[in-house]
Design a protein around this ligand. Structure first.
Ligand code: CTP
Length: 402
């Protein structure tokens, strides 16, 4: 259909980038990027009108997103940019070719294109040796200034290396080292740095990527005192294991996997250093305070639990419940990854798998009906009932009423 609209408008249409890369690698990828040799916005609006889709266009960049009724999206780019340099001025039009468009990309493996309309329908276009690099599983930039132009590409290189099980080419690695030495990454805005970090830490097994960040000296752009020391690395390994354990529980609950790894990686930073890290990453104030407060609380709770275990003091199921109930799941998983006590780990896993779901049978209203006066007494009684239930001292509604 894309090709058909291209033919009607007499515009060459190409599928490009990650979609083609993954097609050749046999990896599923539903994000289709197309580039139009000509006016991409005209193409997108024509396509959308014909197939009942919505369009969001960015005239300045000559790009548009076609959104299908089911939410599927197609990104459309143009090799022809038309923009107004100043209000009221005539539009500036820049023409370039598909080859120029592809040359601006990050790595050779992302520069493949497939023609989607005749006369060359289905032809694979490879200007920069992408097929060879795909075969050799190598990540290679197109030119020496690639990382200077866009330092986020350093992180993208590491992410692709881990995800696709590729290798960064020697010369490309040297360019990264050079960018590190020249501190180009200091220029990277906090938001973009955070976004790259989140991407990396959301991958299935981020450990190899984190190792790379450390060995290339990239962690210091997040915080000068952030190091992947042996204990931190051990905790990261543990975090990977715990995240997969948690996902196998199928609790069907949304959580931020990256935050578990982020907290683990920054686990040995002081409070001030942690705040400075959040500021460097432009974490918004609300989220920063939330993270900071629960990180502090997690530390306190870990200490309490470890102390009890060390002294052999018996721990009740209700103790565990009230220690942990205020903590978000990301923090609980981080605590599991960073404690060295097997008992404490068991406490937290017991909380996640069972205790957090324990409820009293009676609620506040019913207590009032049974004659308890409204006020703080109700809350206290409910906690007493919950404690008894957590410790298996009451098993039925009748027990609770008594
Ligand atoms: N790109 C780039 N430099 C960047 C970001 C993106 O050159 N800093 C290019 C890449 O060549 C990429 C395309 O823009 O193919 C689209 O970017 P994106 O959707 O982020 O990349 P994908 O390759 O599709 O990766 P993913 O599978 O993670 O979506």
């Amino acid at each position: 259909d894309l090709g058909q609209v291209g033919e009607e408008l007499d515009l060459p249409v190409y599928a490009v980038g990650g979609f083609v890369r993954d097609l050749l690698l046999g990896i599923e990828n539903c994000d289709i990027d197309v580039t139009i040799e000509g006016d991409g916005i005209l193409f997108a609006t024509t396509f959308a009108a014909k197939f009942g889709c919505r369009v969001k266009s960015h005239v300045k960049f000559g790009t548009a997103v076609i959104v299908f009724p089911d939410g599927t999206k197609i990104d459309v780019a143009s090799t022809r940019l038309e923009y107004y340099a100043s209000p009221g001025a005539l539009p500036t039009v820049e023409r370039s070719s598909l080859k120029m468009d592809l040359y601006r990309r990050d790595f050779t493996i992302n520069t493949l294109a497939i023609r989607l309309n005749s006369p060359d329908f289905g032809v694979l276009i490879d200007y920069f040796g992408a097929q060879r690099d795909l075969q050799e599983r190598v990540l290679r930039v197109l030119h020496n200034l690639s990382f200077v132009e866009d330092p986020t590409r350093v992180f993208r290189a590491i992410r692709f290396e881990q995800r696709l099980d590729f290798h960064i080419a020697k010369h490309t690695e040297n360019l990264i080292k050079n960018a590190v030495k020249m501190n180009f990454l200091d220029k990277l805005g906090g938001k973009r740095l955070l976004s790259e970090l989140v991407h990396i830490l959301t991958e299935n097994d981020p450990l190899r990527a984190v190792d790379r960040l450390a060995s290339l000296g990239l962690l210091r752009f997040i915080h000068p005192d952030l190091f992947l020391t042996k204990p931190v690395r051990r905790n990261m390994e543990e975090a990977v294991r715990i995240v997969s354990w948690f996902e196998l529980l199928f609790l069907d609950r949304r959580y931020e996997k990256w935050a578990v790894y982020f907290l683990t990686l920054t686990g040995t930073l002081s409070n001030d250093e942690f705040l400075a890290t959040c500021n460097r990453l432009a974490v918004n104030e609300h989220y920063r305070e939330k993270l900071f407060e629960s990180r502090r609380q997690a530390g306190t709770m870990l200490e309490i639990m470890q102390r009890k275990v060390a002294r052999g003091i018996p721990v009740l199921r209700s103790d565990i419940y009230f220690w942990l109930k205020a903590l978000p799941v990301e923090l609980l998983l981080f605590m599991m990854a960073s404690t060295t006590s097997a008992d404490v780990k068991k406490f937290i896993s017991l909380y996640i798998t069972q205790l957090q779901n324990v409820r009293t049978m009676l609620n506040g209203k019913e207590l009032q009906r049974l004659g308890v006066p409204a006020g703080p007494r109700i809350r206290e009684l409910l906690d007493v009932l919950l404690t008894a239930r957590l410790n298996n001292e009451v098993l039925s509604r009748e027990d609770e009423e008594r």
